[in-house]
Design a protein around this ligand. Sequence first.
Ligand SMILES: Cc1ncc(COP(=O)(O)O)c(C=O)c1O
Length: 399
Amino acid sequence: MKRTSALLASIAESATLAVDAKAKALKAQGEDVIGFGAGEPDFPTPAYVVEAATEACAVPRNHKYTPAAGWPELRQAIAEKTKRDSGVECRDSQVLVTNGGKHAVFTAFAAICDPGDEVIIPAPYWTTYPEAITLAGGVPVEIATDESTDFKVTVADLDKALTKKTKALVFVSPSNPSGAVYTPEEVEAIGRWALDKGVWVITDEIYEHLTYGDAEFASILALVPELADQCIILNGVAKTYSMTGWRVGWMIGPPDVIKACVNYQSHTTSNVCNVAQAAALAAVTGDLSAVAQMREAFDRRGTTMHRMLNEIPGVTAISPQGAFYCYPNMTGLLGKPVGPNGTVSTNTLELAAAILDEAKVAFVPGEAFGTPGYARFSFAMSDKDMEEGLRRIKEWASA
Ligand SMILES: Cc1ncc(COP(=O)(O)O)c(C=O)c1O
């Protein structure tokens, strides 16, 4: 007899967390491994945020349950921050504080999907979306993209994927894993398409502050405010304030949907940890100087990574416009003997295993993001390790 339900048995481990865990485990065994897997800033959380959390520990109110939807002052601060950064007006009651952005992703699909509802996800996509859609009873419908369009979809692509069952579109700009950033014109065209077709937009704005060069973040709801009744914004403190471990995210949506999500949360997780909410409150009411400093470092590293990836024989990469990932095409290293042992990899899963084994470098293969043949390299790491890791792959591929 099967011991787990069919539903949970169908869910795969998060590939990005798995690669990171494998690299960390090898390191712990004394192996000199360099990991490009983690999608988290390598900086400490800003001191004023940590101080707010430390103080919160001593406040008796924080030792008890607080409202399931989140602290009222935090919901208000998130509404104000969203006006400041996204140009979107919302009421406090339209904000739900969640246990990280990932939890907001799951709650959003649970809120809008009925069995069989189709949700369009442009690929490459963040590995969690299809699993969250499936768990909610929905059906992920992928649209493959490649570097020829900077990994972006057009309205024509969306038209082709549209069926009578289409319920929602997942829209992520800046994107994990491709680093793509849609221009405001492209964002607006997609928003108008969704409005016209009556399709919900689940827009993940977690990388809003991380754009490079001419690229600029534009919120789909700010450009198409008429979408307000069919749009959910997902966001969190993880990437902007280097707070991945604090687990605070949020969703913003129409009042009826948020009310249903608050009910759901009241039965599943109750309030998000009060100490973490105090930290998030300090973060979102503070200024953006910490993220400006991190952005500068990421910008420099992204430029170096882009150059060094293109110096590896068999690898081609477009330059990242946002987030902190390069997403190179690795197909030049497939189907032929490569490396000092002449290893033949038939796909990027095998290639990633070979490079980890033989060059001691970990990265996430494109299979995890719905686009085999590519790989995700995070540049949220020290310049020194990043350069050493890329040098190792070049040496391995040149042997
Ligand atoms: C696109 C995207 N959305 C949401 C998240 C969730 O972040 P967290 O759950 O750490 O807040 C991530 C994390 O990698 C992400 O890349």
